[in-house]
Ligand binder design. Structure first.
Ligand code: FES
Length: 91
């Protein structure tokens, strides 16, 4: 929950950093994961949308392959403290 709004997001840890995004593809607004909690491509190097196979950079959320080039995932602002992740808001 963020205020009165319920949102679904996910966090990817990469190179010791955490990146959080709303689970909504900029192409159609669909959730990215057909298989629950599966957000990365087979190489584990890009975020993948399972609907039409768009790929996004982990560190920026920018689409680099697929039907929505140049668009980005909606970043979530988080804080990592004591091995917990706190949602601060929509970035
Ligand atoms: S809904 Fe994600 S690529 Fe089409």
């Amino acid at each position: 929950m963020l205020g009165d709004e319920q949102l679904e997001g996910f966090v990817v840890r990469s190179d010791g950093q955490c990146f959080a995004y709303r689970n909504r593809c900029p192409h159609t607004g669909s959730p990215l994961d057909w298989v629950e909690h599966q957000f990365l491509d087979i190489e584990g190097s890009l975020i993948q949308c399972a609907v039409h196979d768009a790929r996004f950079l982990i560190d920026s959320g920018e689409c680099v392959f697929g039907p929505c080039p140049g668009e980005s995932l909606e970043a979530l602002s988080i804080k990592v403290q004591d091995n917990r992740i706190y949602l601060l808001g929509v970035a």
